[in-house]
Design a binder for this molecule. Structure first.
Ligand code: HEM
Length: 578
């Protein structure tokens, strides 16, 4: 039996001693009740988010733009069978060859679709075939239907049934539900999981994760972590005041430290100077990177792994196993420490997500699997969003100056805390993040597996089709954004006398379904509020203190499957005078 076995057994069987201690359970119950009644902010998402309902609005403007995540009503277009609707077969797209369909296009050497260049593939499909494109004949994979227009994206999202199915990660599904079934059985999590299992899990966790009020509880520790990361950045500057070429890997440390603090109330120590390669934190980061790097190979190419476990698949599974084992150690520590805590006097920020979930569900396995999901997808995504936003600001000196002026007003000193009140005075910063995610969405395309027949762009589309929303393209075309190639945060700001002078305001309305960096609806991102809070704090600290430049020409991006800058991020930091 392996070293981890006793720990795993306890979690698997759900028999942590915690639940045999009535005093502790009672104090936790009291804790939850007191906190609920004392909290001024709504704890249930629907209270807060409903006021932003877009139900009666075709389009919305500015910062209130995000479509409702919790709409109860769904406008479902009936499946039309009249003559004006064209058949599915008539949808344009690249021609399928006999026997090998379009699968050859992803083949090495002869194929023109490179997995790491899917951004280019999306652009060429749009340019060659138009607003709806079918890529059929992908052996071992259903047809992919690329929908390049906001109305059809809205139509698919609005039809979402109770259990939206995001067509992703069958290999992760295989890992969780076949290879490691004994561990995940009954609590499969949300990533790579669909149908009733996904729904049952998500229902248990979303009320804790989604409300903005939850993320606000962690502002203070996240501010401390951001301060530590800024110190690490300062220590690593070279004699030209430039950050090292591996700055992106450094950012991963900040993101992992942040998500672990929120999920587990643990400081992993990722921000220690010169973190050894063999340290557990570095190994967690490496396993996440290996997972992401191989997932594209495993998922998007012909799924060889179903017949033969090739190198990519072995690396992929190895990374998941390393990740699970390393993280479980910290997850278990958090659970065990609950036994010793008296929650009557604990500050909100010191109660982790895992503890909150455990108190609510009394299910340690569920809490552990959730923590694994959060750590798996909460590091790479936020890191890249941070890197891309710094880069955009470094390329747009004027916008950086506007941001600096806003930050000077919100934060009196260069090292001021970025608390909740200060963040409320930073609409321009939030617009900079939104604009970056419009131009460079971390996830370049989202999707849904249609749960019922529908009509899209005048074509019949059968149930089961994988519909892809290629946001990278849709949020970068002139049809939806004036001068889409320009970084103009002002697009997202409410009109006022000052910002109205900006050409971005010639465009008054933004279609609510063309830039959805965190997805939409019942399957939308569970970590969005944490990601936004982490980004606000980190960016505010950097740009309040430093002017940032990048002197190495335009960055290019590749798919891993997140959208990652390829060149070394050697940003130059020049300290401001005040
Ligand atoms: C800038 C950072 C991030 C971006 C751009 C992002 C984006 C996304 C997107 C596009 C989805 C798919 C949503 C859909 O299908 O409608 C998603 C799902 C998800 N995200 Fe994020 N994410 C970010 C950060 C995070 C963080 C920090 C966490 C965890 C702390 C997280 C946890 C999740 C989870 C658990 C799901 C799956 C939800 C489900 O399937 O029910 N994300 N994210």
């Amino acid at each position: 039996m392996s070293m981890e076995a006793p720990v795993l057994m306890r979690i698997i069987q759900g028999n942590c001693r915690l639940y045999s201690n009535p005093r502790l359970l009672l104090s936790k119950h009291r804790y939850l009740q007191t906190k609920r009644s004392s909290s001024s902010a709504p704890d249930h998402p629907s209270n807060e988010t409903r006021q932003y309902s877009t139900e009666n609005r075709q389009y919305s403007t500015a910062l209130e733009f995000y479509p409702e995540n919790y709409e109860d009503t769904h406008v479902v277009a009936p499946f039309r069978t009249d003559q004006t609707v064209k058949p599915y077969e008539a949808i344009p797209g690249p021609k399928e060859l006999p026997l090998i369909g379009n699968a050859w296009r992803f083949a090495p050497i002869i194929g023109q679709y490179k997995i790491h260049e899917l951004d280019k593939v999306m652009w060429s499909l749009y340019k060659e075939h138009g607003r709806i494109v079918k890529v059929g004949g992908l052996i071992g994979h259903p047809d992919l239907l690329f929908v390049f227009n906001g109305e059809d994206i809205r139509n698919v999202f609005r039809r979402e049934e109770a259990m939206p199915h995001r067509p992703s990660m069958p290999s992760l599904h295989y890992y969780k539900q076949k290879l490691k079934r004994e561990f995940f059985a009954g609590n499969e999590g949300v990533i790579g999981v669909h149908g009733p299992k996904w729904e049952a899990f998500r229902k248990q966790v979303q009320q804790i994760l989604l409300p903005p009020a939850t993320a606000r509880k962690y502002v203070e520790p996240l501010d401390v972590i951001a301060g530590d990361f800024l110190t690490l950045m300062e220590q690593s500057l070279d004699r030209n005041n430039e950050l090292p070429g591996n700055f992106l890997s450094e950012i991963y440390k900040w993101a992992l430290e942040s998500v672990a603090r929120v999920s587990l109330n643990t400081r992993l120590g990722c921000l220690e100077p010169h973190l050894p390669n063999e340290s557990e934190s570095q190994r967690i980061i490496d396993s996440i990177n290996t997972f992401f790097w191989n997932v594209a190979e495993v998922e998007l190419k012909f799924p060889v792994w179903r017949i033969y476990q090739n190198k990519s698949f072995r690396n992929y599974i190895g990374a998941l196993e390393d990740f699970r084992t390393l993280c479980l150690k910290y997850i278990t520590q958090t659970m065990e420490s609950m036994e010793l805590r008296n929650y009557d006097n604990v500050k909100e920020e010191d109660v982790s997500i895992v503890e909150r979930i455990l108190m609510k569900t009394h299910n340690p396995k569920l809490a552990a699997v959730l923590a694994l999901d959060l750590l798996l997808v909460g590091v790479d995504t936020t890191s890249i969003a941070l890197a891309s936003t710094i880069y955009q600001l470094s390329q747009n000196a004027e916008k950086q100056q506007v941001l600096f002026e806003e930050l000077q007003k919100a934060l009196p000193g260069q090292d001021s805390k970025v608390d909740v009140a200060a963040q409320e005075k930073m609409p321009y910063l939030k617009a900079c993040i939104k604009e970056t995610l419009r131009m460079y969405p971390v996830i370049i395309g989202n999707g849904r597996n249609l749960q019922s027949d529908t009509v899209l762009a005048g074509y019949q589309v059968p149930k089961g089709t994988h519909v892809i929303f290629p946001h990278l393209v849709v949020s970068n075309v002139e049809e939806y954004f004036d001068q889409p190639e320009k970084f103009m945060p002002e697009r997202w700001l409410k009109k006022d006398a000052k910002s109205a002078q900006c050409p971005a305001h010639n465009q008054t309305k933004i279609h609510p379904f063309v830039s959805l960096p965190f997805g939409y609806g019942r399957r939308s991102c569970l970590g969005r509020r944490f990601a936004e809070t982490e980004l606000n704090i980190m960016l505010a600290k950097i740009f309040r203190k430093y002017q940032v430049n990048y002197n190495y020409g335009p960055l290019t991006y590749k798919i891993t499957p997140t959208y990652v800058p390829e060149q070394p991020l050697k940003f130059k930091l020049t300290q401001r005078n005040s």
